[in-house]
Design a protein around this ligand. Structure first.
Ligand code: ZN
Length: 332
């Protein structure tokens, strides 16, 4: 299951970027030849996460307790039914109007990386579209789910547990990098973007989605929006923190649960600075969470025609999806 040759071709020490030496047969660890750190390989997954920042630990603990999709899934975890439910959930609930941002049709024969792979849907989808698909996440729950997705469908790829701020990959190994709704949850978002840029090939492209500024993020509209949301929003228990948010700077942090330590958002004016090393080719809006709005027990979406839902999603969604390319020389 663990492909040592493939792993050594792309992995380096996340601490010092030294070359790695496999240990054991079958491989039980990867040792850095430069700094001597040893990274265990457990269940075919290199564990290359170094947590020495208390804020990073708090973020990791939060997402271990509130894993992407797993809290919404009905099927038994990591079974074929679970992964099929995941496909329906993405197509019908999460991405009904945003499938094209992933550009799956472009990845055939390419080496792809999904940073913050969560339950593994993007990694699985890249692999199904013909990529060698690599996923990285800092939680145990996420890397197990993603590795199970690849294994269930016998898809080509690899999963690594690591910190998005210190990726254990060589410079310029990926043709396409994605990170969907992740980098605003780590201690240093800009460092996460720098790492995405570093591991991307010159001429390669990336999709990075971050929380955008919502239309009601101003002192006048926010109290009204909050009143409406308190009545209509019925998020699962682990994510009910929004009920208690008093100001919009806390909105995204609490929306992902009361124990979530980090949830930043960015205005349109912030993106040129965040992605200064890249060329931004397109930025779109998506992901309006209509599925969480209920009148009593009836979902609001039942009263909203599809064309209107689409218009709301693409104009008032939470995510700003930036399509990026890496030039052959670093920009000023
Ligand atoms: Zn090292």
């Amino acid at each position: 299951m663990f492909d040592t040759e493939k792993a050594l071709a792309i992995l380096v020490c996340p601490h010092c970027r030294g070359e790695l030496q496999p240990e054991g047969q079958p491989v039980t660890g990867l040792a850095c030849r430069a700094c001597s750190r040893v990274y265990p390989v457990v269940d075919g997954i290199p564990r290359m996460l170094v947590v020495d920042d208390p804020l990073l630990k708090e973020a990791k603990d939060h997402w271990e307790g509130s894993p992407h999709f797993q809290y919404e899934a009905h099927a038994e975890l990591f079974t074929r039914d679970y992964f099929e439910e995941q496909d329906r959930w993405r197509a019908n609930e999460v991405d009904p109007f945003s499938m094209e941002i992933y550009r799956f049709e472009e990845v055939r024969g390419k080496m792809t990386l999904d940073i913050g792979c969560g339950s593994g849907w993007v990694v699985k989808s890249f692999a199904r579209h013909g990529a060698y698909s690599v996923g990285v996440d800092f939680t145990e729950r996420a890397v197990i789910s993603t590795a199970a997705a690849l294994q269930t469908y016998r898809l080509p790829g690899m999963v690594v547990q690591a910190d998005a701020q210190a990726l254990p990959f060589r410079d310029g190994v990926f043709d396409r990098v994605s990170s969907i709704g992740v980098l605003h949850h780590i201690p240093d978002t800009q460092q996460g973007i720098r790492e995405a840029w570093r591991v991307l090939k010159p001429g390669g492209n990336a999709i990075i989605s971050l929380y955008g500024k919502l239309f009601f993020f101003n002192p006048w509209l926010f109290p009204l929006a909050q009143m409406v949301l308190k009545r209509l929003l019925k998020a699962p228990k682990v994510r009910d923190g929004i009920q208690h948010t008093a100001n919009y700077d806390e909105f995204y942090r609490l929306m992902d649960g009361p124990t979530n330590p980090i949830g930043r958002y960015y205005g349109k004016e912030d993106f040129p600075r965040l992605f200064a090393d890249f060329t931004i080719t397109e930025c779109t809006t998506s992901h309006f969470p209509l599925r969480f709005l209920m009148i009593g027990k009836i979902p609001v979406s039942r009263f909203v025609p599809r064309w209107l839902h689409r218009w709301i999603d693409l104009n008032f969604g939470m995510m700003r999806n930036c399509q990026l390319t890496k030039g052959t020389t670093r920009q000023a």
